[in-house]
Design a protein around this ligand. Sequence first.
Ligand SMILES: Cc1ncc(COP(=O)(O)O)c(C=O)c1O
Length: 457
Amino acid sequence: MTHPILYYAAGACALAVLVPKLRARLRLSRAKHRSLAGHSRMARRFASLVPYYEYDAEHFFRADAAPDNVAAARRAGFMRLAAVFTERFRETADLTADIVDDVSDLQFTSRYRVPFQFSRFVREHLKAGVFLQSSSGVTVTDMDGNRFYDLTGSYGVNLFGYDFYKDCIARGSERVRDLGPVLGAYHPITTYNIRRLLEISGLDEISFHMSGTEAVMQAVRLARYHTGRGHLVRFCGAYHGWWGDVQPGVGNPIAQGETYTLQDMDDAAIKVLRTRSDIACVLVNPLQALHPNVSAPGDSTLVDSGRRAHFDRAGYSAWLGKLREACSERGIVLIFDEVFIGFRLGVGGAQAVQGEMKMPPPNMPAMPANWQGMVGEVEKALRVIGDKVRKVDESQLNTTVKFMTGPKQHGDLRRLDVLWFLLNDQIHHRGQFSVYLRMAGGKVPSIYGPSADEKWM
Ligand SMILES: Cc1ncc(COP(=O)(O)O)c(C=O)c1O
């Protein structure tokens, strides 16, 4: 017979394994958003229970059980609008109707823009179209000659009005005309683009992609490869493209077991990052600062006016700082997805923005523990810079870089002049530093000239 103590020992071992697992699971549950958006499996199950239905002409105007006179007024107003659409968008709508059955994208977008119960009736009566024939300044013109102010500016990329970009495209295609559409190899002009992007952004490297989705996919894949871990963390409501791993939940039939959707601006999420060892990367869309834990407004959510955006800049910046710290501590790759905001927050992206959004750079050396360590770090940094400068040849030193030449103003300066300026600047700061030395009871060495502690004569 087995001794009971062996059962107790086996039970204790099982508990020792299970309790930490259970605790980690609970911690993860606490960090997920309480809504269905934070629980993709539950969201899918719930969606499968929602029956599909549509309102016909009879029920469309009284879906909220409105009295007859209100429903009649709604119908009259809607039909007047439908008549205007028919008259004003005839050619554009006809052209669209000709191809809609051949293009899956059009069938998709025309269906999701209006809540599904109302969609068919709206599609049948408010026929606009997807074709435009021209653009000018900040306006676009459809096939019927209707001219519109383009409030979306191509999802925000066309900041300078269309003519500016038409001119850029014409000049760009002229410059690469001799090579034409050769795929794979680079046109030499690419070197200029690469240098400019590096210079503007202050990044170490760049990589070209056909779309934001692919760029994010690649960043996540690299993070997974280099960390050897599988999971990615995204925050509730954030959009990172259309691929499955970042769109768990309704509409995605594959269970996204390797995606954790956590709460934005929440310490429970930081705790998960600090304690789990299966997380390769964290995806952050800094635009989320405007509506943490909620999706950005889309066609279907803009049908009422209940949306609000609020920007707690200091709070969101502090949260990003905490994320940075937790990720650095645990070797997790922090990916800022700035596909949408581009350079708008600052040329170096969200992490380089001065003020409250400022982040410690990821490669910041750890703070030295003592004075000796501090001196060692300074000497090391000087040595590294010195070695770099020694390797640069004369011709490179005579090329220019953008540098501050006045308040809020950048100009072209020779690299050699910038280095010379920085050397003088360092001497200047050492001079300033001496003031603090004296206040701390230290001796002030002679730098700009003799000091009381170090007289020259
Ligand atoms: C933050 C963010 N990431 C990724 C994407 C995906 O980019 P694309 O539509 O080019 O695939 C978008 C698109 O709007 C985005 O806003």
